[in-house]
Design a binder for this molecule. Structure first.
Ligand code: DAH
Length: 341
């Protein structure tokens, strides 16, 4: 018998003997068990080392000895798995037997909460609701017509430029139909007025989209739109509603200033500025008296009705309210940030 063969056989016997002596039974933790297993089949394990002798065995012995070694390996694995299962069963039995205090407080689940913008949005809608406005919801994807044409934007107005918005045009029964992510909530004026006759007083809030992305702009932001149509509505009514709204929002005295400005769907049109006593003017939106052309486009008679409309940004109000320095923070959905309000 070759020397290598003798050493191989003896080695295998030693391994078996060690296994039978209860190498795994001695382990009392999974960690110890895995260490014991490694002493056989780890990189430096006895069986692993023994296999290196294979090369030195006479050719006709390799096959039977290889098989013998594999059987030993299988027994090691079986003994290892057996002990692992019994250790797990012991641990479970211990847990179940241990005294269990059902009165201990549970592990808390952190409740979710509304996004700061959603909270401000609800607050704004509630104030207008209390002033008699009806709250409606509308789609973020709308027809080009509702966003621009029927509001009186001329076809070449810069706001209608493809560069400024996200457009899709498709063919529907032979016609080109253009839909887009709405660039403002003024679409809601067209949608609601087309649906029903005056009088009406409506507010709607939601996301709007523009091709605007820099340090102070987000391509998606939020607006609230309001409009009221009746007989003999005046700009004094508009200013009164805005005044009441802002007083409720800021909880105190507020000065409102309407600064002449231009929007295609109102005449006259104005920017809304507000300031609190001692504070500085802050621009919060646009407003005006609804343009007769808008009434014509929704089937109202401009000689019979008049109305006002306003639109304001919600994100800036939320930033002021919660002291958020950068608009992008609002949309990163980092719960560490969102959870801090
Ligand atoms: N839609 C305008 C914008 O996005 C805001 C606006 C201005 C809304 C005047 C109005 C309005 O209802 O009367 O900039």
């Amino acid at each position: 018998m070759s020397d290598a063969l003798t050493r191989f056989d003896e080695g295998l016997q030693l391994i078996l003997a060690e296994l039978e002596r209860g190498a795994f039974q001695a382990a009392t933790t999974e960690q110890e068990l895995r260490e014991a297993n490694a002493r056989f089949v780890g990189a430096q394990g006895s069986l692993t080392q023994l296999m290196k002798l294979m090369r030195e065995l006479p050719g006709d012995a390799r096959r039977p000895k290889g098989q013998a070694a594999n059987e030993v390996r299988a027994r090691i694995e079986q003994a290892f798995q057996g002990r692992l299962a019994s250790l797990e069963a012991e641990a479970l039995a211990r847990d179940l037997a241990a005294p269990f205090d059902v009165t201990l407080p549970g592990r808390g689940v952190t409740p979710g909460r509304l996004h700061p913008i959603t909270r401000v949005k609800h607050e704004l809608l509630e104030i207008f609701e209390s002033l008699g406005f009806e709250v409606v919801d509308g789609p973020e994807i709308d027809l080009h017509e509702n966003c621009f044409d029927r509001l009186g934007f001329p076809p070449d107005h810069p706001a209608t430029d493809m560069q400024d918005t996200f457009f899709v045009t498709h063919r529907d029964r032979g016609d080109d139909v253009t839909t887009l992510l709405r660039t403002h909530t003024s679409t809601m004026q067209i949608r609601e007025m087309s649906r029903r006759p005056p009088p009406l007083a409506v507010v709607s809030a939601g996301a709007v989209y523009r091709r605007d992305d820099d340090a102070t702009h987000s391509p998606m932001f939020h607006q609230i739109e309001g409009f009221l149509v009746d007989e003999r509505v005046t700009m004094a009514d508009l200013k009164g509603v805005l005044q009441r709204f802002l007083e409720r929002l800021y909880g105190g005295e507020v000065e409102v200033r309407l600064r002449p400005s231009y929007f295609p769907f109102v005449e006259p049109g104005a920017e809304i500025d507000a300031r609190r006593p001692g504070g500085s003017w802050m621009e919060i939106g646009g407003c005006g008296m609804i343009h007769p052309v808008v009434f014509e486009h929704v089937g109202y008679d401009p000689s019979q009705v008049s109305g006002f409309a306003f639109g304001m940004g919600i994100d800036r109000m939320a930033m002021v309210k919660f002291g958020v320095p950068n608009i992008k923070l609002l949309f990163e959905n980092d719960v560490r940030f969102l959870g801090s309000f």
